[in-house]
Design a protein around this ligand. Structure first.
Ligand SMILES: Cc1cc2nc3c(=O)[nH]c(=O)nc-3n(C[C@H](O)[C@H](O)[C@H](O)COP(=O)(O)OP(=O)(O)OC[C@H]3O[C@@H](n4cnc5c(N)ncnc54)[C@H](O)[C@@H]3O)c2cc1C
Length: 499
């Protein structure tokens, strides 16, 4: 008999975990609340153009990368249409204050050489900083799909320094310190809190080679779902889980909004753990566990402007662009100040499968704390009122004003623009406070924000971005952790490495 697994949440966490287990012979059912599966991989179409809602910048998907190996193992790599960002510039960072644009090249050597040529007086510091970055990433065996027991402990001291301390330890030039932190919107960086190892993992991930989806991220969700369905399982959209019944510290069944009851041998929650707590009875988890999870801070949210261009007006840019108003503000993304918002954001033109020289769409992601929309937190999609719509429009204009300064004539290229807010992210993904990356990690008390895939409910495991690391690399790695909790330690890693 195949072991029956029921997974709550059809985002990348649920789908990667489900696909790995289905590939190993389990009968997997995934229940996703939205009609379209995918969570952070979900796309939507507007006037014929596809827009990504979450993951657009991918790391680890070039041959040899960890996510590549996982997808290859699942047999889906061939079905994905990816493109590499430009090797001579995978990210550009423009500071409007001095009109300087830095263009970061792919690969450790080229990246180091570029920084050294730009900041020659910091040559020694840059070399030791890059050594530190790579050796911190190397401490995490799992990041390279190596057998290893431990994820967090028994590491070097600087592993749990704050990311800003790590940078400041090696370089003194304030512009270079700022520049080295430019990726922090990709990991929810907070000054004095974000651990150096997270900064290292995300930086190394992208320095080693970034990719994009041609035609949108939904293709990865669909490919993972097909692994599950081909093995006899099911991935069901439009199935919000409304209750997880627990008896004698074991899940007995899961109920969806339409009243259907699902039973399985094992259950895996791939939703935000605080959402899971709300779905269970009060005595399913200890009060201490509930209090701890509910009190944990979450990474900040974002305001996103989506743009559809008039044909042949704005060039396709094959790298991610970061904008900063001034040096010294890169750690302040979570501090909202209406007077000079936005002080920084990232934008990218999304490639179609038949991408030519001109862009069809653009996504502009600007960090925004949930507090900005708290006054509308009790409203629902489509019913938030005129004041909210006016607030949204004002923020779109603020962003477009910066874009005009970055790309004069930008406004004339726009055929249509619209936006999503932290409330949109909260309501579509069901993440607490619209957090981009779930629980934020704090190096001052790392144990508090560290969750195990196992729970005190004997047949219930956790997966997804709130455990370990977020994003295109962190979520599939955690999926291995969760699947191996059922299949045996290193069972999957060994197979993937034998390929
Ligand atoms: C705007 C934005 C941009 C991002 N950009 C990038 C990027 O460029 N690169 C990158 O690597 N990462 C990026 N991320 C992060 C990445 O998307 C997440 O780390 C990833 O999606 C987390 O996967 P997950 O499965 O844990 O959670 P999610 O993707 O949030 O999936 C959870 C799923 O559970 C479902 N769900 C919730 N409640 C229920 C319920 N009661 N019943 C059934 N289903 C339920 C949700 O609908 C959702 O589909 C971005 C995130 C956001 C929000």
């Amino acid at each position: 008999m195949k072991e029956k697994i029921l997974i709550i949440g059809g985002g990348p966490g649920g789908l990667f975990t489900g696909a790995l287990l289905a590939h190993e012979g389990c009968e997997v059912t995934v229940l996703e609340k939205n009609p379209v599966i995918g969570g952070g991989l979900q796309t939507f179409t507007r006037r014929g153009e596809v827009f990504e809602t979450g993951m657009h910048i991918l790391g680890g998907l070039r041959p040899g990368g960890s996510v590549y190996k996982i997808c290859d193992y699942l047999g889906i790599m061939e079905s994905l249409s990816l493109r590499n960002t430009d090797d001579d510039c995978f990210d550009s960072i423009t500071y409007l204050s001095d009109r300087t644009t830095y263009r970061m090249p792919t690969g450790r050597e080229a990246f180091t050489a570029y920084l050294t040529a730009t900041f020659p007086h910091e040559r020694a510091g840059i070399a030791t900083y890059m050594d530190a970055l790579y050796s911190l990433a190397d401490e995490v065996d799992f990041f390279y799909l190596r057998r290893g027991k431990d994820y967090l402990f028994a590491h070097s001291d600087r592993f749990l320094w704050s990311a800003d301390r790590l940078i400041a330890h090696y370089v003194t030039d304030h512009r270079l310190r700022d520049l080295l932190a430019y990726m922090n919107p990709m990991y929810g960086g907070v000054y004095g809190q974000t651990p150096a190892y997270i900064h290292a993992l995300i930086n190394v991930l992208y320095i080693e080679g970034a990719c994009r989806f041609n035609g949108g991220s939904q293709q990865l969700a669909d490919a993972l779902a097909s692994v599950i369905t081909r093995a006899g399982g099911a991935v069901l959209g439009g199935k919000p889980v409304t209750r997880v019944e627990v008896e004698n510290r074991a899940v007995s069944r899961v109920l969806t909004a339409d009243g259907t009851a699902y039973r399985a041998d094992r259950y895996i929650s791939a939703v935000h753990p605080c959402i899971l707590l709300n779905l269970t009875d009060g005595d399913a988890f200890t009060k201490a566990y509930r209090n701890r999870l509910n009190a944990l801070p979450n990474a900040y949210s974002a305001f996103t402007v989506y743009i559809r261009f008039k044909p042949d007006t704005f060039p396709y840019i094959n790298h991610t662009c970061y904008y900063q108003q001034e040096y010294g503000q890169v750690w302040g993304h979570a501090e909202y100040d209406a007077a000079d918002w936005p002080r920084g954001f990232m934008y990218m033109t999304s490639p179609r499968r038949d991408q030519g020289n001109y862009a069809h769409t653009m996504i502009i992601n600007c960090i925004m704390p949930f507090d900005c929309v708290r006054q509308w937190e009790h409203t629902t999609v489509g019913h938030r009122g005129g004041e909210y719509r006016a607030w949204k429009e004002a923020h779109i204009r603020k962003i477009l004003d910066r874009m005009e300064r970055l790309h004069p004539g930008f406004g004339r290229c726009i055929a249509e623009r619209f936006a999503s807010t932290p409330l949109t992210i909260r309501d579509y993904y069901g993440t607490k406070e619209g957090s981009l990356y779930g629980f934020s990690r704090d190096c001052r008390d790392i144990v508090r924000s560290q969750l195990s895939v196992a729970t005190k409910v004997s047949n219930l495991l956790l997966t997804g971005q709130n455990i370990n690391l977020h994003g295109i690399c962190g979520v599939p790695l955690t999926a291995i952790n969760t699947a191996e909790a059922l299949l045996g330690e290193n069972a999957l890693i060994d197979k993937m490495n034998k390929q």
